[in-house]
Structure formats: C-alpha cells, structure tokens
Write a protein that binds this ligand. Structure first.
Ligand code: 7RM
Length: 635
C-alpha cells in the first residue's frame, strides 16, 4: 500500500493514525517510493525538541532539482512546467517545457559556478515574478548554493540587512519590473543596498524593462550574454539530506528579521506530499498560486511542490487590479487553471468590486480553490466559495507558516468536508495540540488555546541562520518540548481547528506578516518622535491595517501634524517598505505603561478596534488616567 495519496476520509484517518504510531515507517515509505536518491538514509528522523535539534533522512544523498526536473524528462520532457503570464495581458504568455526548464536551469547553474559560487555559498535573489526568478532559484539549489529570495517590494535597507545577515556573495536582480501600471527600479534599490554591504562580489542583472541603469564596473554584469555563452551541460551537486536549501526571512515580534533555514530532503518530501494531497493534484492539472516566490507560499507551492510532482505551474507577474479587476478570472479562463490558490486579502479586495468582473469569465476549469496567509472571514469564505468555486469546488483553507515549510492544517480536497473559516484537520504527521495558560495540554474540544505541534515533521525549519539560540527561544521554550506556532486556535466538537490569529505582536496586513517592533524602531528615528506603539486593527480589504500611537518630544518644533504624518510614513517606507505604512496615526501625551516599563498593547489594540467596553485588568499600569485621553482622541 502506498501512503503518498489519500483518497477518502476513512483512508485519511488510517494514514493519520499510522503517521502518529509509526512516523518512521510512514515517512520512510513516502520518501522511498516517490523520489530519486543517490543514497538511502540511515535514520528517518532524529530529534531533541528541547534543544531544537531536528534531522530527517540522515546520511541520505539527494538533489532536489534532479527531483524537480531531470527525473521527469523521460516521461514529461515536452510537458509545460511553467506558464508565465506577464503583467500586461497584451504581451505573449510563455510556456516553458520541462526540457526547456532543464536547459535554462543548467545554463544558469553553470554561470553561477563560473562566477565562483560554490556549495554552501549564499545568493540573494531580488527579482520580479518572471521566469528568471524560478530559474535562478532552482539553479542555486542545483549547485548546492543556498538561495535567499528577497521579495521585490522590500526597501534598500531591508535588502541590505538580509544580505548582510547571511553574507551573500552574489545578488541576482533585474533592471526593473512591471507591477500594474507602474514600473519598479529594482537595480537602483540594489545599488543603494550594496552601499551598506561588503560581502557581495557579483551582481547579475536580468533585462526586463529596458531602462537605463547604472552598472558598476567589475561587479555588475548583464545576464543575457552570459547565458548565450553558457553550456547546458551541468552535473548537479550531490547534497546531504540536511544541507541547507534556502534561507527565507520572516519578521518577528522583536528584533531583526529571522532567517529561517530549510534543509534539503525533508523540505522536498513534505512540500511534494502536501501539494499532492491538499490540492488533490492529478497529471494534466494546471496549478496557479498567486503568491510571490519571495514568500514561503511561492517557494513551496509555485516552485517546489508542483515541480516535484511534475505539474504545470503558473507564474503571474502582475496584480489582480490591472488592467482591471477581472485579471485573475481572465487568467483562469485563458490557461484553464484547475487549482487556484490565493489569499483572503485578495479575495476581499475583489469581492468589493462589481460582481460582473468574475461573472463574465467561465471558471469551469476550476476543480479546487485554496486560501492561505490569514484567517478567512465568513463573508469572504462564502463569496469565494459561491462566485469563484461555483459551490462545486472544495475550498481548502490552508494554515501554515514560513517556519513549517508546508501546509500543516487544511482540508484535503475531495476528502475532508469543509466548514467555513475552519482550516479543519491536521495533515498526517502533524500532531497538533492546544495549550492553556498553565502550559497544560487541553484535552477537551470546543476550546481555545495556543497552537503547538508536539512531534517533528519533515518540512520544519531547522534553525535561524546564525542564531540557533533564538530559534530555540522563539519556538521551543514557551511550551518546552513542543513547537509553538505563535498562533491561537479553537478546536470544535469534531476536532476541526479554527485559527484565531497571532498571540504575539505580529500584524498581518494584506497577507504580509509585519512585526510591529521594527516599524516602531523606524518611526522612533524621527527627531520629533519620543516613543511609539503600533497595533493592528480590522480592515475590510487588508484584513488588518496599522494604527500608530505616537508621543512627541517636547521641543515644540513639529507643529505641522500633516507633515509629521508624511515624514513618519516615509521613514517606514524607507526602512521596511510601503506595505508597512500606517493607516492611522494618533499623537498622545503618553503611552499606557506597566510598572516594569512595558507598553500595554492589549489596551491600545482595543482602542484601535473601537472596543471601549472593557480594558481588563489595568492595575499594573503606572498611568491609568491616560486611557481616557487616548480613547477620547481616537482617529
Ligand atoms: C503561509 C504563510 C504565517 C502566519 C501564521 C498565521 C497566518 C497563515 C492561515 C493563517 C489563519 C490560515 N506563512 N496564517 N495561513 N491564519 N488561517 N489559513 O502565510 O509565515 O507568512 O505567515 O500567517 O498567523 O502563523 S507566513
């Protein structure tokens, strides 16, 4: 019997139970039967959940790109691997076959080696959603270089800190990119970032928008001439199962972004398995995930998961609103997309527009629709289910994190009955538990708790780049011996999970996880600002938006509030990116603080949400009188 594909609910429970009772047999069999290995593993899993040491498939030798591309060539060489849909619908879309992808990745891999990139070196990829982004990423993995893809919306200082943290030797970027009716000047952002970096030796530049750009002598090279001269004959690097595959930065509640490290074999097995089952993938399906490859969702479900299964995956360069709000629906119709995977923020934005945008496109090719990134509210769930899924496609609400590598809790299409706003049941191998404030496991259903996972799964991130202690502290110390997700969840009477949101100080704005601390840090740089506290509040389109409470220094110079608000948002844009700009700013005379000097964000959150009913226990405040002032002047 194969464990790779689950066909019905009864089988799900069978596989789930097997995965708990005999995890080694379960994952060993899946790994053995569905991938190409140079050498078998010694042990399926070894772990210490106190020290946060986790290893899967030790001693095994493998290359993930051989599994994504080469092994499909005999059977699927002429099959489309990637459909590229450009920003502008009048530009031709591209169909890249597995044979062509192989050739392109091999050439790119040879260029990287020629430029001195070796196994274990870090390469920063800062590209728009064009085929070269996929090709560069896979080329790194082919030669064992660790890719660090940075989303092309990040500012120069955010790029610089990511490059420096992992000491990247190379940056791969483009002259620019198209996004709706705008162009973005990626190369100049890289130039500015590199003023603050000494580790980068080479910059390779893809031509996309044909803009005039600065090329630094001895550092920057156009990619095309190198590709023209490159051989397509490339021998993949033989990797250890636990060699790092990539670093992907995610914001935390405090301090600098965390460089989550994913390793080769476990990530490969887990993304392939979850892709296959959650989306019920079958040969000849056309899979479209609208995320950017710069996020984990794009890594796992645009690139690795689909390609490992020999699927056809869509890469879309543009935005849902350009040239108009029918763009997504037009693409589904045009390419006969069978699985469509997007975020609640996009659904809410599109649901606000005229229903004709969606109605004028037959979406009959669709079989499965998916959601990811934040809790999907009931209204959005029904709109998506009724108008996009036509009430006939299962809607899979997939809960997971950058740290988890792949989907952990989700319905399996055509297997798990769906329930609005519920991510439903944990996948096989995922031992989810809810914990109460006393750190005890909650046995009963119909309760809310902190969501933890008590046994490792193959896709879990292994460490934070350069800071294993922080990894341990962040994920394994709150509930010793368990992986703490940072999310709260409710479990219903049949064991379905509903994710309620972050229990720490991260706000999800339009699906982007934003740590409030770094935003506060950048505001506080303004000469007029004394202190600030940022919280999220519910927003129709973005899911959450940011509300900043700011105290000013008593210099009396900054009387023009409008200018101050602009300057504050500019600082945020420069440091983090425009996505982190504040929707509301309120100047206050002081912030509610506890005796130990901690800002009581709980109260600010309530005020920002407009909930003045009860502020809970305020006895530890040194300045309780401030609550009324803040409340009365809410913006
Ligand atoms: C994949 C991704 C992770 C955080 C996570 C949650 C929230 C993600 C859902 C969700 C409710 C969902 N990685 N989240 N998916 N909340 N329902 N289906 O988003 O690292 O960027 O974010 O996102 O809070 O902890 S991420």
């Amino acid at each position: 019997m194969s464990y790779y594909k689950i066909d019905n609910l009864e089988q799900y429970f069978k596989h789930y139970n097997k995965s708990v009772r005999e995890p080694r047999k379960f994952w060993g069999k899946i790994a053995q039967e569905n991938f190409t290995w140079y050498q078998q593993w010694d042990k399926v899993v070894e772990f210490d959940m106190i020290e946060a040491d986790i290893k899967w498939f030790t001693e095994a030798k493998v290359n993930i790109v051989k599994n994504c591309i080469d092994r499909h060539l005999a059977k699927r060489g002429e099959k489309t691997a990637i459909i590229f849909e450009p920003n502008d619908p009048s530009e031709q879309s591209l169909h890249i076959t597995y044979n062509e992808l192989h050739e392109k990745v091999c050439k790119m891999a040879n260029i990287l080696r020629d430029q001195g990139i070796k196994k274990g070196d870090r390469v920063c990829i800062y590209l728009p959603m064009i085929p070269e982004l996929a090709i560069a990423t896979l080329a790194c993995a082919r030669i064992g270089a660790i890719h660090s893809v940075v989303f092309a919306g990040f500012s120069a200082s955010a790029v610089a800190s990511r490059i420096n943290d992992s000491e990247c030797k190379m940056v791969i970027t483009s002259d620019g990119g198209y996004r709706g009716n705008k162009t973005i000047d990626l190369k100049s952002i890289v130039d500015e970032a590199l003023d603050k970096c000494t580790c980068v030796e080479n910059v390779l530049v893809v031509k996309r928008i044909n803009s005039e750009i600065y090329m630094k002598e001895g550092r920057d090279q156009w990619l095309q001439p190198l590709l023209d001269a490159a051989s397509d004959n490339n021998v993949a690097e033989i990797m250890d199962a636990e060699d790092p595959l990539f670093i992907l930065y995610t914001s935390g509640s405090t301090g600098k972004p965390k460089g989550m490290v994913h390793t080769t074999a476990g990530y490969m097995v887990y993304t392939a398995y979850t892709f296959k089952n959650v989306f019920s993938y079958e040969e000849n399906d056309i899979f479209w995930c609208t995320a950017d490859i710069g996020w984990i969702t794009g890594h796992s479900y645009i690139l690795y998961g689909p390609l490992l299964n020999g699927a056809t995956t869509v890469i879309f360069e543009g935005v849902p609103s350009y040239p108009d709000f029918s763009r997504f629906w037009e693409i589904i119709e045009k390419h006969k997309v069978t699985q469509f995977y997007t975020a609640p923020t996009a659904i809410r934005a599109l649901a606000k527009e005229n229903i004709e945008y969606v109605q004028k496109h037959p979406l009959s090719s669709l079989k499965v629709i998916g959601s990811v990134g934040e809790p999907i509210n009931e209204e959005a769930w029904h709109w998506y289910n009724d108008h996009v899924g036509g009430k006939r496609c299962p809607l899979v609400d997939t809960w997971w994190q950058t740290e988890t590598g792949g989907i952990l809790i989700s319905p399996l299409a055509f297997v798990t009955p769906t329930k609005p706003t519920y991510a439903s049941l944990p996948l096989p191998g995922i031992q989810a538990v809810l914990m109460d404030e006393k750190r005890n496991e909650i046995e009963a259903n119909q309760t809310i708790g902190s969501l933890c996972i008590k046994f490792p799964w193959p896709g879990i991130a292994r460490t934070i780049w350069g800071d294993h202690q922080r990894y341990k502290d962040t994920y394994f110390s709150t509930f010793p011996g368990k992986y703490f997700t940072g999310d709260g969840a409710l479990r219903d009477e049949v064991g379905y999970y509903r994710i309620t949101g972050r229990v720490d100080d991260v706000v999800i704005v339009s699906g982007h996880n934003l740590g409030t601390a770094p935003i506060e840090d950048s505001i506080n740089e303004h000469p007029a600002v004394a202190e600030s506290a940022i919280v999220g509040f519910p927003h129709d389109i973005k899911g959450n938006a940011l509300y900043g409470f700011v105290t000013l220094k008593e210099t009396g110079e900054y009387r023009v509030r409008e200018n101050l608000i602009k300057e504050i948002n500019q600082l945020i844009s420069d440091h983090i990116g425009p996505i982190a700009k504040l929707d509301k700013i309120q100047f206050v005379s002081s912030l509610p603080k506890t005796r130990s000097g901690k800002i009581m964000r709980r109260i600010l959150r309530k005020i920002a949400e407009g909930d003045f009913d009860s502020f809970g226990d305020t006895s530890t405040l040194i300045n309780p009188e401030i609550i009324d002032e803040i409340k009365d002047n809410k913006v």
